[in-house]
Design a protein around this ligand. Structure first.
Ligand code: FE2
Length: 125
């Protein structure tokens, strides 16, 4: 696994319909938020790395997570391993009623490169 340099030459993600590999299960960020949001109301978006928990050691850890609405940058969170966990909760508010919006989280593992996860949310009145 440590020898797969190609992981560092791209943003790794799971395409729709594609089966998640073991490495993807540990690295694709997962965003937890209700499917439908009421416009102009804050919701907590919780981002975790991996549906299977990723290692969290000095030698192998998640260095950062960035959070976007579509391509709009919302924030970046840096983590030290062992004493913290690559998990963050961010209050977000959307205001455009009737739109489906893609929330995206991008994270970097020091051994396995950059990974992206996303979720679609609807905004209702
Ligand atoms: Fe990793």
């Amino acid at each position: 696994m440590h020898g797969d340099k190609a992981l560092f030459c791209r943003v790794n993600k799971v395409e729709p319909g594609e089966e998640k590999s073991e490495i993807a299960k540990k690295h694709v960020p997962v965003i937890e938020i209700p499917e439908t949001l009421t416009a102009k109301q804050f919701y907590d978006a919780t981002i975790k790395v991996g549906e299977i928990e990723h290692p969290n050691e000095n030698e192998h850890f998640i260095q950062w997570i960035e959070f976007y609405v579509g391509n709009v940058y919302l924030g970046r969170f840096d983590f030290a391993p062992v004493m913290t966990k690559p998990q963050v909760t961010v209050p977000i508010v959307l205001s455009h009623i009737g739109l489906t919006t893609q929330l995206r989280a991008v994270s970097r593992c020091n051994l396995h490169g950059i990974w992206e996860g996303s979720v679609d949310v609807k905004t209702a009145k």
